[in-house]
Design a protein around this ligand. Sequence first.
Ligand code: SF4
Length: 516
Amino acid sequence: MNDVFPKRGSHDPALLNLHELDRYERAQIPAGPPPKQDPLKRVLNFQEVFLGYDEEQAVVEAARCIHCPSPEPCILGCPLHNDIPTAMLLIEERRFAEAADVFRATSNMPEVCGRICPQEILCEGSCTVAGYDRAVNIGKLEAYCTDWQRHHKGLPHYQIAPPSGRRVAIVGSGPAGMSAAEELMRDGHEIVVYEEWPKPGGLNVYGIPGFKLIKQIIAEKVTWLEQYGVQFICNTRVGTDIALQTLLDEYDAVFLGIGAPIGNKAKLPGEDLKGVYQATEFLVRANLPLEDLPARMRARPEIAKHMAVIGGGDTSMDCVRSSIRLQRQSGMNDGVVTDYYRRTEHEMPGRAEERMHAKQEGVQFEFLVAPVAFHGDEAGHVRELELQRMALGAPDASGRRSPQPVEGSNFRVPADVVVLALGYSPDPEIGNTMPNLEKGWKGLFKVETEFTGATNIPGLYAAGDDVRGADLVVTAVAAARHAARAMDKYLRALETPPKHERVALKTDTSLLVPAE
Ligand code: SF4
């Protein structure tokens, strides 16, 4: 694992002091949190909150790594098993591009993971230095060195395996789809990616706001993949515009990386009133250039004095933080944005860092309340949110104490815009068009194991949120990489000629679901 581990003292003499530090001295270096935009300024834009380390800050922060003996806890804590200690030493030695290559050896999206992984429960949650001060800022250093490489050298050039003659269709260009595309492209296969949104990127572009992840990173990755021959076909929904069976007929293998994109409904009276949004639609309309949206969504969401978001995960924080930006940018400085959650802050599933950012930006929180109904005016527009107070009962299946309604505690609050951020479910459409494809809980695709991603249909693989349910980018990347290895093995074992040499390319329209 540590073949490229630099020899101590063999590099820049200016680093001698850092190299001479023993473990105890390294752990005494104070943590250096990366600078952020001031809350009062950042609510006026959708640019990244974190400004990133400068070179000196990155070098000193990386020197806080004490290089634990193997097995290093941070490597075990990372779902991709990135070789973090080696990367930390390379950053300390100002060998930033080499450090980036260490992350890229095991990750297709280090810039993304470095920014949005919940590091406090993954790599940094396992970091020994946390026992002295704060864990090494691994995620921010991952982002620093990979950004540095893109800005100074561009994305690296890889040796690609000789063309295999096999074609693979990838459905979805989010974290799983794009990772599988990159891995299989490097294996020498011809890759075509189908994406239903107007631009490639999936969740990374259409799900994560720009103040957490700058979209340019994904645009550069797409251009880089296209240079290697990966083809992206956008505005094409598999199951509606082209049947999954058609892809199976025309390609030697198909990968499903469609995520879990359907927002859960509240199933409450008044949910269909104007001004009540699902989180995804609200976020894309708030965050993206309108030309990057489908024609039916090309308008900003409403901005109102009282904006309410319901939910306790990271998506709800994305929604409240987008709402307050919309208000402040429109000059509505007395606007109120409130997040309503049915448990206490302690049970909230989203990242503490996101909540802290939301509070700094002026978002209000009301805990132990659950929506009961949405009330509208004569024009059918939501104007009030009816809530019921909750008390915490015994732990439920998730291990968190379950909210219990308090009888007679209903009350109403003004709400001219309500955003529902109640979690996500898989999209049943593709599965419905292929009844013999085995599915499990809530319609998630059943696979042999996460280490192969093989469905019950030969040549059809799946990984990411469409297998696990809504989860992290990093777990989707990890599962897609495993599936790509299994797909490459499958493709190389095929004895039949490539399918595109055997079939006429045509779409069987009888297998399509009519567009709404
Ligand atoms: Fe940490 Fe995520 Fe990067 Fe792994 S991928 S090192 S968990 S930030």
